[in-house]
Design a protein around this ligand. Structure first.
Ligand SMILES: [Zn+2]
Length: 481
């Protein structure tokens, strides 16, 4: 409902009922099913704990996607919902209620609640509740006859009160309910603390994993078996994973390599991985072949940012089948200076017909390296986002690059470095030169095609942290305003 729309009679009636706590259990048993969602939403908003519990007990549908309404840290509301589930299970079958098969504690299905509470047509909404594809209970879960409880978990250095309470509740019911975590984010939690979590949530069901840990290589090795069990991962974000200073007992290079191999080899077990993000993952330097070469499915996204990459890693790009369907390639902050970019060109040639995003910001490439990549750029017909900021190209080579972009009809955002000619011998940017050469480049680009969002920018100013950006006009950094 739009905030400016006056509340409907039904909504006013529900608000009055909730406020006056006028509903008993027997009223709920007789109440039209279509009124439940609006009533539930009202009860959660006002934190009417008794009513929340009663509504869960009487909930007349297969699915209860309550996570969309709850604040994750509200222990009392969570307890009321789970108490309701417990009581409902002890009561057993009721002729007016469907068996509750799916309790969704994730922050999803907002549209479902909005449709319910905005619609005057309860019958229509009732159909949506049980037939909406996203909420359908899969046959194999129904067969198990166990209530499926789905959550997303974001675990920081220690569990919060609601998480502790929920995990205890879940552990006690592990045999009789079916627990599933689809997205897991882990921040600096010791690996040993994860054991309890994976005891409740089978790693096999995790579809998105984010690791922001500072584990030692040894801890990473301890985590590897859980990682390998996450066979249904679609998206993985790894950052930075381990401390620069390893704390291996009797550290030797052999031990290090064993640890790295054990972790890297788990990538061969994923059945449907599509998006791989690695940020500051230095320990996989020269091991990319092992990771990318063993993937069972083609990636749509490969993002390796601010990481150390060797020539050996780059060589593997051109021959890893798993990269040949890439739509998004990001190598931001990966220093390519001094590397032979022919393998990268080989990869770009292979994906030229499908690549949509290419981010080479901060790769510190030189003119000669740009020349190597040009034939591949020319063929990138689907490219819509490109970023070359923080590379060291001179004016003639930048112009040559622009000449190779006539085919980029789908381009939306294109970002180029200001050419070397803008800087003086002390690496200071000259205002006049900047405006002049960037205007020249923009004119060149406009003569080739009609750009939408194009810009030329300097490196970041060491004083204020801003760039000078030329789009329609020259925008100088804060120091000059
Ligand atoms: Zn500045």
């Amino acid at each position: 409902m739009n905030v400016h729309t006056p509340p409907t009679l039904q909504k006013l009636a529900i608000q009055t009922l909730v406020r006056e706590e006028a509903l008993g259990m027997s009223d709920l048993e007789e109440m039209a099913h279509g009124l439940f969602p609006a009533l539930f939403k009202e009860a959660i908003d006002g934190r009417h704990i008794k009513l929340i519990k009663a509504l869960v007990i009487a909930w007349p549908f297969h699915c209860l996607p309550v996570g969309a309404l709850m604040r994750t840290t509200d222990v009392e509301t969570l307890q009321a919902v789970l108490d309701g589930v417990d009581i409902r299970r002890t009561i057993g079958f009721h002729p007016r209620r469907k068996k509750l098969q799916f309790l969704d504690l994730r922050n999803v299905h907002h549209s479902f609640w909005n449709i319910w509470t905005d619609s005057e047509d309860s019958d229509y909404s009732a159909e949506i509740l049980d037939e909406k594809k996203a909420l359908q209970v899969r046959p194999r879960y129904a067969l198990r006859q166990r209530l499926k409880v789905t959550v997303d978990l974001c675990i920081r250095s220690c569990l919060d009160e609601a998480q502790i309470w929920f995990l205890k509740w879940a552990q006690e019911r592990k045999g009789s309910l079916y627990f599933c975590c689809t997205k897991m984010k882990i921040w600096t939690l010791p690996v040993k603390a994860l054991r309890h979590i994976f005891h409740v949530f089978d790693p096999e069901h995790i579809m998105e994993l984010e690791l922001n840990t500072e584990w030692t290589l040894l801890e990473l090795t301890r985590f590897a078996p859980y990682f390998g069990q996450m066979r249904n991962l679609r998206k993985v974000f790894l950052a930075p994973l381990h401390k620069i200073d390893f704390h291996l007992p009797n550290r030797t290079r052999v031990t290090e390599v064993k640890c790295i191999n054990k972790f890297a080899s788990q990538f061969s077990k994923f059945n449907c991985l599509q998006h791989l993000f690695m940020f500051c993952v230095h320990f996989l330097r020269s091991q990319m072949n092992q990771v990318l070469g063993c993937l069972m499915t083609p990636l749509k996204t490969l993002s390796i940012t601010y990481s150390l990459v060797s020539q050996r890693d780059l060589d593997s790009f051109a021959c890893c089948q798993s990269l040949f369907q890439l739509k998004h390639l990001e190598l931001r902050g990966v220093v390519l200076l001094d590397l032979d970019l022919m393998p990268l060109r080989g990869l770009l040639m292979k994906v030229a017909g499908i690549l949509e995003t290419l981010d080479l910001q901060g790769c510190r490439m030189k003119d000669s390296q740009l020349s190597v990549l040009l034939p591949a750029f020319k063929q990138c017909s689907q490219i819509s986002n490109i970023n070359f900021y923080n590379n060291e190209f001179s004016m003639p080579f930048l112009k040559d690059l622009l000449q190779h972009t006539a085919n980029w009809s789908k381009m939306n955002v294109e970002q180029y470095p200001a050419p070397l000619e803008c800087y003086d011998e002390f690496a200071q940017v000259s205002v006049e030169r900047f405006a002049q050469v960037c205007q020249d480049l923009m004119d060149t680009l406009r003569a080739i095609r009609q750009p939408k969002n194009s810009s030329f920018a300097t490196d970041i100013c060491h004083t204020c942290g801003e760039r000078w950006v030329f789009d329609q006009v020259a925008n100088l950094c804060h120091c000059w305003q």
